[in-house]
Design a protein around this ligand. Sequence first.
Ligand code: DSN
Length: 423
Amino acid sequence: MTNFKELQQTDREIYDIIKNETRRQQEELELIPSENHTSQAVLEALGSILTDKYSEGYPKKRYYAGLRFYDEIETLAQKRAKELFKVPFVNVQPYSGSPANQAVYFATCKPKDVTMGLSLPHGGHLSHGWKVNFSARFYNPIQYGVNKKTNLIDYDKMEELAQKVKPKLICVGATAYPRFLDWERFYKIAKSVNAYLCADIAHIAGLIAADVHPSPVPFVHIVTTTTHKTLRGPRGAMIMVTKKGIEKDSDLPEKINRAVFPGLQGGPHQHQIAAIAVCLKEASTNEFKEYGKQVVKNCKVLASEFIKLGYDLITNGTDNHLILIDLTNKNISGKEAQDLLEKVGINVNKNAIPFDQNPPSNPSGIRLGTPAITTQGMREKEIKQIVKFIDNVLKNRNNNAIIESTKQEVKKMCLNFPLPGIK
Ligand code: DSN
């Protein structure tokens, strides 16, 4: 990481804030499952001179001059994404996940068309049709959910719903679902109603790249992903079209390209695209495959340690990088737990649980995951210790001495695991 010498001289305030945040990241535990720590190489590409130019259009079809090296960068990012995810087409320009999903709606639907997506309180995402989002304001989303007993996606009910409403587009993807998704089942449902099927793999892209989560690519038409979660790149996103997608609609790649630009965006952020290319190269290594395996292994330890202590895990465990805990039997709300844990340097998300009786601002659960701490090199021993820290703090929420001593222990532990981006 650059030593920020120039920044220190030019803008002391921003310099100080970045230094403080760097220290905070190093001294605290990041258990938010959608976050990670990027490599120094990714940070260098992101902080490069590539931020300087406009590059509307696509490689070899640009609207501005002087873009020959930008073409090389974007083409390389595309090539790496196609190889890693085994898809024939990718657009690497979306600024982030929601804009990528917006482009998919724009490419496949007309305003008011019926769509389907997993409901947010059941683990879905805002952009899959949640009422306050663009995806509900401009389209007509019908939400599917999980079964009340198992908390697993209710495929039978979803199929019935799809037959009834005949959606144009079905979105599959989750932000708080700890189990594998049955891509084949989703495909059969989409095929039976002739809908486009889009997998939003933002949370699990790195696990798919590492072969520890089934890939949707053989079964869906479109795949969207962010690049900064388990994939461990810069903030950004991609939209891929699969072989099945092209078979269904040979114009789909062009429709996606035109939806991103000129439909929704102007000039792409080429410094971000270069950093995505770097992260895709990193994600194609054996080292990254080991990382993905370890993320899941660590998360299974996290789940079993909480279960041993009497915590109520949604679906009783995990197949992936995250767990969702219902705190009702611990007499503390998700928000209280999040705030309390933040005081000791442990960052988790307050999160709705399926069929939550409490509002989203103060839900009954917390969501935790292992991508960031696994990047730092933490393993079973540390995970067990982390669960003890959390349990101890939640049980002794009014004991300031325990809160203070846990904060010091968390810090001591974190300092033994340097962040990759601070060397
Ligand atoms: N904000 C992301 C998450 O935390 O899961 C989803 O986009």
